[in-house]
Design a protein around this ligand. Sequence first.
Ligand SMILES: [Zn+2]
Length: 363
Amino acid sequence: MRTLRVADLEAKPGEKVSGFVHIIGAEFGIPVTLICGEKEGETVLISGGVHNAEYVGIQAAMQLADELDPKKIAGNIIVIRLMNRTGFEHRTMSLTYEDGKNLNRVFPGNPNGTLSDRIAYTVVTEFFPKADYYVDLHCGDGFEGLVSYVYCTGAATPEVAAKSREMAEIAHVDYLVTSMCGTGGAYNYAGSMGIPSILLERGHSSRWCEDLVAEDVHDVKNILRHLRILRGKSHIHGKPPIEVSPVIYEDAPVSGCWYPAKQPGETFKEGEVLGRICDYFGRELFVYRAQMGGIILYQTISLCIMKDTPMVSYGTWDEDTQGKIEVGCEVCGNEKHKHGHHHHKSEEKHHKRHEYHKHPEDK
Ligand SMILES: [Zn+2]
């Protein structure tokens, strides 16, 4: 009989099985749910908590694992509910507790390395070979502000890159970035292994709320419907995300106090100041000016900034093909209502691009 198996966990058609998958060379396991559909089909891997303080993605992964019904599935769904478990349990900011590494920089990992390398190695050897598609759920960490956007992998064959993009375009987010990086990140490496992969960013500052989680769950279910793995029709909301390219990722050249000049989602012209780094006496150590006009995708928002860590990331877009980026809410003109900075149900209801449409199949 057809079964879905990952390490010691096994699910038969129509079954949902949850448990821990042992990390090779470590003393613990990570929480995983296997959903083996009643009907045959392809397999999707979903993960939360590659970065352990990105709670929107973690809660969304857990909710998807709980809600998805094997009776409505043709194929399989594997959910890693929380990949960086020890970081979560020690509340480190998205770094592995034991080795201080960023798990999303060490893929494909190494069985003889430190814990981060071993987690990555376990995911690459036990999970990736089972997956036909991969969706990795992230959010802004405690020190990060960001707009909602989606990465798709471009460091892959043309077919894999096209399929990744197709999945990304379904996400109801503001922007889309094609990554040309093939290692380091979980979804990047999966892409280079031939698995169409995306990374979804929603929420910021390690904050989470039910509305943002519901948007993630909604997007992933829509992708599953589009792939014909979840029963029902996928539906696209208005215009697809705006493709931002090229994207500049700037690290801080010195440590100090960081004063960003813009907000995530704010647009600017070439040469405008995007932020300053000062010492404890207010003396300016560094001023960063935009190398091109564009829009802020994410930036550090903590007062503390450390040398060689991310400072600001921004990109530009082609206005002729992608259209204008409206600054502020198109309904009330309030800047604050844009880009998910503001999540109170009553106030967000009127905000069209972020409105959450419940699909009849959602429950
Ligand atoms: Zn992340």
